[in-house]
Design a protein around this ligand. Sequence first.
Ligand code: NAD
Length: 271
Amino acid sequence: MSTPIPVIVVGALGKMGREVVKAVSQASDMSLYAAVDRKQVGEDIGAALGLGTFAIPISGSLQEVCLAAAQEKQAVVMVDFTHPQAVYENVRTAIAYGVYPVVGTTGLSPEQIEELAEFTDKASMGAVIAPNFSIGMVLLQEAAIRASQYFDHVEIIELHHNQKADAPSGTAIQTAQRLAGLGKTFNPPQVQESEHLRGARGACADAEIRIHSVRLPGLIAHQEVIFGAPGQIYTLRHDTSDRQCYMPGVLLAIRKVTQLKRLIYGLEKLL
Ligand code: NAD
């Protein structure tokens, strides 16, 4: 049997990070190498998450962890679920030390993703950035791509818990990008519109696709893609009821990232 893949989880105490810590520690082909967070530094990660003692103290410095990882014989993977303001520097740090990034944190700009792709190209390393690691969302996007060949009008509504820092969601932006990638412009104007309250018609993404963001306690992560045509509405909807839904996608990315030689954006490219 091959040696387990060592995994650094950054944002280990967060809503997503704690699921990743759990999933990695339960996967027979992976081992938790380090847990990084800004909070509870020095505490044992297992104990902090109520999982028993792991003998892995939470580190407050990704750089120190990556420095140690760079001495390992085996490739080390970093999984980042932190904050839009932290993720870019975290990924740069990982690449600088030869640690393979798997990134779930949303909010990276297209320019930042482009720059990170250049860094991985220079280092001849793989990286995976996926704004959504659930298989259901990949399937929804594929159904939307098929539907968009037949419908000229589409809008996206994304709904999330009110602790989410970025809007619209990375998934909604990516969904619009994937539809726009077909080379078609949607929603040809029917009337001269005027907004009496700013933002009433949502944000205008690629190919004139509107995105509306809802933030409420009680929600986790949900998305609707609504197609309209005379006499019919076709609605695709994905609902997350537990963050476990992202784990098969995250584990898949951990298993594949060290075999890649460039940055991959989107889970669909790994399926
Ligand atoms: P959260 O606020 O619950 O957790 C974030 C954690 O990161 C916290 O524990 C925080 O202390 C830590 N953190 C922040 N900055 C840090 C830094 N510089 N270094 C180390 N730790 C740091 O957030 P969450 O709900 O877990 O979401 C995290 C990110 O993941 C968000 O951007 C969210 O949109 C995204 N997300 C992506 C997917 C996906 O499938 N790709 C799914 C859900 C959430």
